[in-house]
Design a binder for this molecule. Structure first.
Ligand code: F6R
Length: 593
């Protein structure tokens, strides 16, 4: 959450580069945005409420002065935590004498005490943010020089942060991190710092990861320090193999539909893994005394699906829990346990905290991530990259199905049937490729038109597809803003069926497996109360008022069945005039707790 982008280098249009970089990070927060840029010996700031995407660089006159050469600038796109969505609360924040500017992602837990102390010292606050304490703390120590003042200020902070600092008096860019991501991009006589790699991918693929409790000071070259020991550290340059074009919308109107369509290829990419590595991980799962699948939101639903996949395919009990709930389960963890963390970004704060808890107990950690070099990738004993390519729409689609594919593959590997698992998934990938055609999209659009004005809808599933009913509901909620809930079909009669009235849309995910007859029976119960049944199933049935055909994919059915619901959510968002890429109140990569 919150996008950060900074430039320091030989080019003279740093402000423009920062605005363009921020536009690529907008999915991380879109309540407000701002830039601070250094010209001669002055820090200039421009901020506004709303999305940076609509800011027109050609018509910036009177807002930002692009005529002055500028080689040092920082910018921020905000997802509000402390303080409402106002210009005052937008970042960057300035010291009272306008000499220092900072941007920040994270939450400073002890900001209230720090603020009280600073007010007693005479500092005046212009915003309601936790961030503003940092800039005043730096100013309070500025006699030490900017670098040491930042080190000193950071020492007072409790919580998670990624902070960038510039000042009018020194031509350096400083960044510090604990818990929120920051990556340094190294170009030809120029450096970038961003919350996510795609933001600077068009300029460089060479990156250096800033780790927790580290700081970087960029003058002509970056110098990294350990904030705990104060010692300088060497950083390895890592070459990223993402293509800049992968992070663009191309011919598609939205990232969400582009990413849904990419599922024609992403499953095959996901399962193309080093076999020895998969077998080694399968051994670790077999050996573990207690395995926990941990993720948040959609990744949490994938974890629940993982429990079902391991039970059915490998006859193994694997627990699953949300990252935010895991600390309450930690007493079960020992040095013989294994945690499998599932995360697209590899940066989700709740999942990271769960990993920290597991590591403290000396448990082993496997991460299933989409971002190589992400915090989770680096802190785990093993990682599997799902290779879905950059996912920019806030609502996860292609990463979800690739995560499911990896868990399915692992379950087969644990069962000693890796080849069988591969064949199943290769076939599923080819069926998805056939399914995602323009006629299919049109049919889903017809359904969206029928149900777009409903206030509530429900999704039911059973067995492997119960977690997909829950995931369907998340997808529908977050982009269509229609109240949607997912249930285990058998649970309806224990309460939720009271919510069904005439024409209430109810999606029944009906796999062609041992659950088929029961889930059809549950759909019938809904229909008998007037519900409008949308069947997601390989075969039509007289119970269905609307049938969405899906290929029969056996144990890969969760992967195949979620795709039409992703498309439905997208179509509903577009018809209801919502922006599917940037749903209200949300942001991608949830780096706050
Ligand atoms: C919903 C969605 C979120 C994420 C969750 C975890 O469509 O994308 O629920 O799944 O915030 O994010 P990652 O996978 O980055 O850990």
């Amino acid at each position: 959450m919150c996008g950060i982008f900074a430039y320091k280098g030989s080019k003279k249009n740093a402000t423009e580069l920062v605005i363009q970089g921020l536009k690529k990070l907008e999915y991380r927060g879109y309540d407000s945005w701002g830039v601070a840029y250094k010209t001669d010996s002055k820090i200039n700031v421009y901020k506004e409420v709303g999305k940076i995407g609509s800011f027109d660089l050609q018509n910036a006159e009177g807002k930002i002065d692009f005529s002055l050469p500028c080689s040092l600038a920082v910018g921020h796109s905000r997802w509000a935590t402390h303080g409402g969505v106002t210009v005052e609360n937008a970042h960057p924040h300035l010291s009272s004498d306008n000499s220092i500017a900072i941007v920040h992602n994270g939450i400073i837990e002890n900001y209230a005490e720090l603020k009280k102390d600073l007010i007693n010292k005479g500092y005046k606050f212009k915003s309601e943010t936790d961030t503003e304490v940092i800039v005043h703390l730096i100013h309070d120590n500025i006699k030490l020089g900017l670098t040491d003042a930042v080190k000193k200020a950071i020492g007072y902070l409790h919580g998670r942060y990624a902070v960038l600092v510039i000042s009018k008096d020194e031509n350096i860019l400083i960044a510090a991190r604990r818990g929120s991501p920051l990556i340094v991009g190294s170009g030809e006589k120029e450096f970038f710092i961003a919350s996510d790699i795609p933001a600077f991918l068009e300029y460089t693929r060479k990156v250096m990861y800033l780790d927790d409790n580290q700081m970087v000071v960029i003058n002509d070259r970056p110098e990294f320090f350990d904030l705990e020991t104060g010692k300088q550290i060497e950083k390895r340059i890592v070459e990223i193999n993402w293509d800049a074009k992968e992070a663009e919308k191309g011919e598609f109107p939205h990232f969400m539909i582009k990413e849904i369509m990419e599922q024609k290829e992403t499953i095959s990419r996901a399962i193309n893994q080093d076999e020895d590595k998969i077998l080694k991980i399968a051994e670790a799962i077999k050996k573990a005394y207690g395995t926990y699948l941990i993720g948040c939101g959609t990744a949490g639903k994938v974890c629940l699906a993982g429990s079902y996949l391991f039970a059915k395919i490998a006859k193994r009990h694997v627990n699953s829990a949300f990252g935010s709930e895991f600390p309450s389960l930690q007493d079960f963890i020992t040095d013989k346990s294994l945690m499998i963390a599932v995360s697209q970004s590899g940066e989700t704060a709740d999942t990271l905290e769960a990993i920290e808890v597991a590591k403290k107990k000396n448990a082993k950690v496997l991460s299933i991530i989409n971002v190589e070099g992400s915090s989770m990738d680096r802190m785990s004993d093993y990682s599997i990259n799902i290779k879905a390519g950059p996912e920019k729409a806030v609502a996860s689609t292609k990463a979800t199905t690739s995560q499911l594919a990896i868990l399915t593959l692992l379950a087969y590997a644990v069962a000693g049937k890796l080849d069988e698992g591969k064949i199943l998934l290769v076939e599923a990938a080819s069926k998805i490729n056939d399914m995602l055609n323009p006629r299919y999209e049109e049919r889903i659009k017809t359904l969206a038109e029928k149900i777009m004005n409903h206030e509530s809808m429900y999704v039911i599933g059973k067995g492997l597809n119960y977690p997909m009913a829950l995931e369907s509901a998340i997808k529908l909620q977050e982009v269509s803003y229609i109240h949607a809930e997912g249930f285990a079909g058998g649970e309806l009669k224990h309460g939720p069926i009271a919510l069904i009235s005439k024409d209430t849309p109810c999606i029944a995910i009906v796999a062609n497996d041992e659950t088929k007859h029961e889930i059809l029976g549950n759909a019938m119960e809904v229909k008998a109360r007037g519900g409008y049944i949308i069947g997601v199933s390989p075969e039509n049935n007289e119970i269905f008022d609307f049938w969405i055909k899906v290929p029969d994919a056996g144990n890969a059915s969760p992967i195949v069945n979620i795709i039409p619901v992703q498309l439905l959510a997208y179509q509903l968002a577009v018809l209801r005039k919502n922006n599917p890429d940037m749903p209200r109140n949300l942001a991608k990569s949830v780096t706050v707790k």
